[in-house]
Design a protein around this ligand. Structure first.
Ligand code: NI
Length: 163
């Protein structure tokens, strides 16, 4: 395993559309392992492959308290959303910033696991937000385009973030 460099806003790769994974290869297995390690090291709750410079439809997420339950999603597709949540969002590719984004409160997503087997994941609240944020990355979309009002420095709202 190895840490990968996280691409930051301004890097054009973040605006590109990622390609579906057609078969699990050694290279993709390594990518997934590296993405999980990179996400945990950066203290993030999710990471999409284009954020480490690879245009493949691969996402890792962990919104658990302990940060030890990584979910791997390959070729994820949103099947259903409902409700609404408004809250602060951040992104490892936009360091030190946060902004208010409204998203559905529930998302049902179909994806492949590391064995290329289909599964369905349903998420509410933070998990729904993470799923939709990461899938946006695969389509070249950054949350900064969805922010209501100003993008703020995280230091300025640290008390809110601790909730
Ligand atoms: Ni992000």
């Amino acid at each position: 395993m190895a840490l990968r460099q996280i691409r930051e806003i301004g890097d054009e790769i973040l605006l590109k559309i990622s390609k579906p994974v057609t078969a699990m290869t050694k290279r993709t297995e390594e990518l997934i392992e590296d993405m999980i390690e990179t996400m945990y090291t950066a203290d993030g709750v999710g990471l999409a492959a284009p954020q480490v410079g690879v245009l493949k439809r691969v996402v890792v997420i962990d919104v658990s308290e302990e940060g030890d339950e990584p979910i791997v999603l390959i070729n994820p597709e949103v099947l259903e959303t409902s409700g609404e949540q408004t809250g602060n969002e951040g992104c490892l590719s936009v360091p030190g910033k946060t902004g208010v984004v409204t998203r559905p409160n529930y998302a049902k997503v179909k994806a492949l696991n590391e064995d290329m087997e289909e599964f369905i994941i349903e998420g509410e609240g933070l998990l729904a937000r993470a799923l939709l944020h990461e899938i946006d990355h695969l389509n070249g979309v950054l949350y900064v385009d969805k922010v209501e009002g100003e993008l703020l420095d995280t230091a300025a709202i640290s008390e809110e973030k601790e909730q």
